[in-house]
Design a binder for this molecule. Structure first.
Ligand code: PEP
Ligand code: MN
Length: 386
């Protein structure tokens, strides 16, 4: 398969010319139009593909041959590591970004207490599930939209970005209104309708590895999202199911360097679900950091014994602060840095709903739109240094 990357100012007529040329060669084309870039995947089956003929067409920036089945996710497509810029946080690069917070949003006070504590300890992103995928239908299922509002209020006060899970395609619009990053849970890694929907949403996504998902399957699932032109995808290793019962899951440390070798997408480690017992979370976090993870997602609860979900694997704020200090020292020894804490809290009175990054930062109207445009402009050359 080859991938035709079109120039950013490409016209519909130029795209049409490429599609016609592909079909004239007896090949099939897959068009993916993102907000920023148009890419045409050319599938040859047994037919040879004339790369040069495609490269010569107007509006074409580059033509790349990709042998891996995951095309847009592969290192062959994009040799450099991708960076995803969300507000003033960059994920992928020398700085390790830490996301932290409770497993579930339980109340306003619980989220606020945790958000203030994790921010003070150096986290840049607040996690918390408002829609919870639980093993039992009788367990707490999450607070729904009310939970999303609580997360947005915590973002307005602390300046932390928000990551939260989306469980079904019909929830995507709602969750995208409140969250900076949409999380696809392990149980939904291969929920293709959901992958298509978050692909369409053009918002950052953290895709968790399924408990029985191989590394290749994880990359193929990321490909679904990327194929919609949404390139803001992070891969998450969160432990897999093995025969071992001493821990909740087996954190696959191997996945970190392997994913980074096969793909350009940032890799986030989830030691909390990976090991499932709070006493082992610090060791697994340090291991993931040493293995080169681009970021961490860690469960923190102000009162773990009384948490409504995943208490046994949740750190207290004090344990989390101690772990962050260990991570800073370890990162320094490795020639990396833990992303520095948010510079200042966002002023009071910003809208609770987060339609875009500019609202999060308290900008409005034309000023906000201009800032979002700038941010996109900064991101593109990094994603596509072609
Ligand atoms: C979670 O992040 O709380 C969660 C449910 O994770 P996973 O999908 O990895 O089990
Ligand atoms: Mn959890």
């Amino acid at each position: 398969m080859v991938i035709v990357v079109m120039k950013s100012n490409v016209t519909a007529a130029q795209i049409g010319d490429v599609l016609r040329r592909v079909e004239a060669q007896g090949l099939r084309a897959h068009l993916s139009r993102g907000d920023d870039r148009t890419i045409i995947g050319v599938i040859g089956d047994d037919q040879p593909i004339n790369k040069e003929a495609l490269a010569a067409l107007d509006g074409v920036e580059n033509v790349l041959r990709v042998t891996q089945p995951f095309k847009l996710a592969s290192n062959e497509f994009h040799g450099e590591r991708s960076r995803i810029e969300i507000g003033d946080v960059t994920i992928g690069g020398n700085e390790v970004v830490v996301m932290a917070g409770p497993c579930s949003v339980e109340s306003y006070d619980q989220v606020m207490t945790t958000a203030r504590a994790v921010r003070a300890a150096g986290a840049r992103v607040l996690r918390g599930g408002a829609f919870k995928p639980r093993t039992s239908p009788y367990s707490f299922q999450g607070m729904g939209e009310e939970g999303l509002k609580i997360l947005a209020a915590a973002r307005a006060e602390t300046g932390l970005l928000v990551i939260t899970e989306v469980m079904s395609p019909d929830q995507v619009d709602l969750v995208a209104r409140y969250a900076d990053i949409m999380q696809i849970g392990a149980r939904n890694m291969q929920n293709y309708a959901l992958l298509h929907a978050v692909g369409e949403a053009q918002r950052p996504v953290l895709l968790k590895r399924g408990i029985a998902g191989t590394i290749k399957e994880l990359l193929m699932c990321a490909e679904y999202i990327l194929s919609h032109g949404n390139y803001q995808v992070m891969l998450c290793e969160r432990g897999i199911r093995t025969y071992e019962t001493a821990t909740r899951n087996t954190f696959d440390l191997n996945a970190i360097p392997v994913l980074q070798d096969l793909s350009h997408l940032p890799v986030i480690a989830d030691p909390s679900h990976g090991v499932g017992k709070s006493e082992y979370v610090p060791a697994v976090t340090r291991g993931a950091l040493a293995a080169g993870a681009d970021g961490m997602i860690i469960e923190v609860h102000p009162d773990p014994p009384n948490a409504m979900s995943d208490g046994p694997q949740s750190l207290t704020p004090a344990q989390f602060a101690d772990l962050m200090e260990q991570c800073r020292r370890l990162a320094e020894a490795l020639g990396r840095r833990v992303a520095s804490p948010a510079p200042h809290a966002v002023a009071q009175g910003v809208p609770v709903r987060a339609a875009g990054d500019s609202e999060r930062r308290g900008l409005s109207g034309a000023e906000g739109k201009a800032a979002e445009g700038d941010q996109l402009g900064k991101m593109l050359p990094r994603l596509f240094p072609l």
